[in-house]
Design a protein around this ligand. Structure first.
Ligand SMILES: O=C(O)CCC(=O)C(=O)O
Ligand SMILES: [Fe+2]
Length: 334
């Protein structure tokens, strides 16, 4: 019998491995303790809040601010930067409202987004006026998130009895062709719930695709399953789908200054289900709430050619390349 305890997302003090700290000065005991706290969160909930990471609230606000200016451009202007225009990586660029269904059984999500996947010189960036530092802010935030994400990926193997570089060595090409790690700015416009289609959400139920995701939110909205012990993992050819048996969700609070980190599907496969890639979603605002919402998600993805098997040596999931897995998931979404 499973006992469905209500879940809260743990909050962990990350100062020992903050980007501000000299990595040479971190003690083995600090690494062990942080790794154990991540292990607890990732096995029970799949989500954790990290405080004192070195990424400041003002940095986050600047990136959200410049993103907001971009979203206020006309459709015609934004379409110059549409997703799908680069051969080096199809994911880079702007995605319009309702173009994506993260839950393929629902109408298109009521969100717009801008994906930064490539930092290469071929990229056309919006410029001028309020967007003059768009490229600089996005590129530098991308690099900061990458540095933080790699710190987390370096801590994770320790608690699993694996070698420190196990996950990091498959993330060598972040920001370059051959890796699809993406910084995504999301904009959820104000909604009149009466005009939404039946079943339509801001962001439908889904799990993320890659290794881990870092999330920064302007206001609460994201929901996770409210019961960890009811999680089941059907093993299907097209990928993992994690659901809480109860089907109920918990509203994640906002922890000011903290980064929400979650496990994604390829990491769940990699760890033979030790770490949980939990389904999450963003509902429409309640009736009468005309506020907009923004978030920044940094989706870390192993290099395209990385072959993800099970690191415990089991054959619970067949090996799959990072690129193949991502391609299958995009096919479900668009
Ligand atoms: O905007 C959010 O808070 C979450 C978005 C999300 O889960 C996603 O884009 O994968
Ligand atoms: Fe997500």
């Amino acid at each position: 019998m499973t006992c469905a305890l209500p879940v809260t997302v743990p909050v962990v003090d990350f100062s020992a491995c903050s980007l501000e700290r000299d990595p040479e000065r971190v003690t083995a005991e600090e690494l062990r303790s942080l790794s154990a706290q991540l292990h607890d969160a990732f096995t029970r909930v799949g989500f954790v809040f990290l405080q004192n990471t070195g990424i400041s609230q003002s940095e986050v606000q600047r990136v959200m601010g410049v993103s907001r200016h971009f979203f206020s451009l006309s459709e015609e202007q934004k379409s110059l930067y549409s997703r799908g225009r680069y051969e080096e990586n199809a994911n880079h660029g702007w995605v319009s409202l309702q173009a994506e269904r993260l839950n393929p059984n629902r109408p298109g999500d009521l969100k717009e987004s801008f994906n930064t996947t490539l930092l290469s010189p071929s990229v056309l960036w919006p410029t001028g006026g309020a967007l003059s530092d768009f490229q600089q802010l996005k590129s530098s935030f991308f690099r900061r998130c990458s540095a933080l994400g790699l710190q987390v990926l370096r801590l994770m193997p320790l608690s699993l009895g694996l070698e420190e570089e196990t996950f990091v060595r498959e993330h060598q090409r972040i920001g370059a062709p051959g890796n699809s790690t993406t910084l995504r700015s999301l904009f959820y416009p104000p909604i009149d719930p009466d005009s939404a289609k039946p079943g339509q959400l801001r962001c439908g139920e889904h799990s993320d695709y890659g290794s881990i995701t870092l999330l920064f939110q302007s206001s609460p909205g994201i929901q996770v399953p409210n019961s960890a012990s009811g999680i089941q993992v059907p093993n299907s050819a097209s990928g993992i789908q994690v659901r809480s048996v109860s089907g109920q969700f918990l509203q994640v609070p906002l922890v000011p200054g903290a980064v929400l980190v979650n496990i994604a599907d390829l990491m769940q496969r990699w760890t033979s289900d030790a770490f949980v890639s939990a389904v999450h979603r963003v509902l429409l605002p309640p009736a009468g709430d005309a506020s907009e919402r923004q978030s920044l998600a940094f989706f870390m993805q192993p290099d395209d050619s990385a072959v993800i098997g099970c690191c415990d040596g089991s054959d619970k999931y067949p090996p799959i390349t990072s690129e193949q897995y991502l391609r299958e998931r995009y096919a479900d979404t668009y």
